[in-house]
Design a protein around this ligand. Structure first.
Ligand code: COS
Length: 379
């Protein structure tokens, strides 16, 4: 892919940062499940937390391609860093920048872009996962406020967020996906609790927690967009978010491939490097081919979004193919490394665990197939 000067510069900046600051801590933060506050602060200073925020609100105003390049480069070193940046930009900043009022943008975007206050997105509930319209959290109007009650789960960045976008049913008589609205809820609002961090298989340094809302009073001014239109807003938000999960998975696959490639060239068995055996070469060939296809899909989705063209089907294809590729490549990378790949001495086992999230978060592989199937059939 031909990058322009800005895109090349941003990619180099992200690559240098990932190599110097992220790679050295990736193992320890995964082992301990520690959110990397110091590097997140530095990413704020570098502009990585304001990539999709317009310059007028303190952001970088980068195109989606540049944003994906940053997520990809960070994820080559550490999936948790990639996920933290992706969730904050795509699920927190983007909906406010796109659907927010001038007042909301001025209030929430500058600290988010600077990284002093992360943003987060509270959509999923115990009964509303793939069926995102099954939202049970309610919001009832009370004068110039809304009163929210309910609970959310699997919410990324929530312990470090200054505000979250919370979806809630505002019209109990409306069926399915209708009658849902979105609110910007500040995390210090009475009645709002971020519960204990989840202990996860992978992405262990990314912050994931359930939320509880008990009579949380939110000013009407914090309604995001129009009342009752929440489902469409978060469907659009996820269309964009899926590009960044594709970029994340791409980075993980590339990172694992690089380790496998280097290892097989130096590991000797039967008197020669194992990369000289065709069985190993074929594994590397399959990995490289899947990665190349994943990269083309991911950057085609970016190109369509940057060009203002319809891109939802392409972001679903990119996410589906790239996350499945990340599973394939990280699995093959472990195979190339044999016993070493199965230990924490090498990062491929961490990448394998991190990659699994990409087939689940922001819509499972099955949901992507559903979106692509509807597109293919013109439904
Ligand atoms: N952009 C804009 N509008 C959209 C849309 C999109 N991508 N997808 C659907 N809509 C609109 C439809 O046009 C429809 O509008 P009308 O009511 O005016 O006709 C409305 O939203 C309902 O759409 P639909 O009937 O297709 O909704 P479904 O309940 O069938 O759900 C799926 C569709 C399954 C695709 C959706 O629920 C989904 O993506 N689920 C996965 C959610 C997810 O990714 N969760 C993980 C979150 S991790 S942050």
């Amino acid at each position: 892919m031909q990058l322009n000067e800005n895109q090349s510069m941003i990619r180099q900046m992200a690559r240098d940062f990932a190599t110097a600051k992220v790679a050295p801590i990736a193992h320890a933060i995964d082992r301990d499940g520690t959110f990397p506050e110091a590097t997140v602060r530095e990413m704020g200073e570098l502009g990585f937390l304001g990539l999709v925020v317009p310059e007028a609100y303190g952001g970088v105003g980068a195109d989606i391609t540049s944003y994906a390049l940053v997520v990809e480069e960070l994820s080559r070193a550490c999936g948790s860093h990639g996920l933290t940046v992706a969730a904050h930009n795509s699920l927190g900043c983007w909906p406010i920048a796109t659907f927010g009022t001038e007042e909301q943008k001025r209030k929430y975007l500058p600290p988010a872009a600077a990284g002093t206050s992360l943003l987060s997105f509270g959509l999923t509930e115990a009964g509303a996962g793939s069926d995102a319209g099954g939202t049970r959290t309610t919001a009832v109007r009370d004068g110039d406020h809304w009163v929210l009650n309910g609970s959310k789960m699997w919410i990324t960045n929530s312990h470090y967020a200054g505000a979250l976008i919370i979806t809630a049913k505002t019209d109990p008589t409306a069926s399915g996906s209708r009658g849902i609205s979105a609110f910007i809820v500040e995390t210090d609002t009475p009645g709002f609790t971020v519960e204990k961090k989840e202990d996860k298989l992978g992405m262990r340094a990314s912050d994931t927690a359930p939320l509880t809302l008990v009579d949380v009073r939110v000013p009407h001014a914090n309604l995001l967009g129009r009342e009752g239109e929440g489902f469409k807003y978060f469907m659009q938000t996820l269309d964009g978010g899926r590009i960044s999960i594709a970029a994340l998975a791409l980075g993980l696959a590339e990172g694992a491939f690089a380790v496998a490639r280097a290892y097989t060239q130096q590991r000797e068995q039967f008197g020669k490097p194992i990369a000289e055996f065709q069985a190993v070469q074929f594994m590397l060939a399959d990995m490289a081919t899947q990665i190349a296809a994943a990269r083309l899909l991911t950057y085609e989705a970016c190109r369509l979004k940057d060009a203002g063209e319809e891109y939802a089907h392409m972001s679903a294809m990119a996410k589906l193919h790239t996350s499945e590729t990340a599973m394939f490549v990280t699995d093959r990378a472990i195979q190339c490394l044999g016993g070493y790949g199965y230990t924490t001495e090498y990062p491929v086992e961490r990448m394998y665990r991190d990659a699994k999230l990409c087939t689940i978060g922001e819509g499972t592989s099955e949901i992507q197939r559903l979106v692509i199937g509807r597109y293919a059939l013109g439904l």
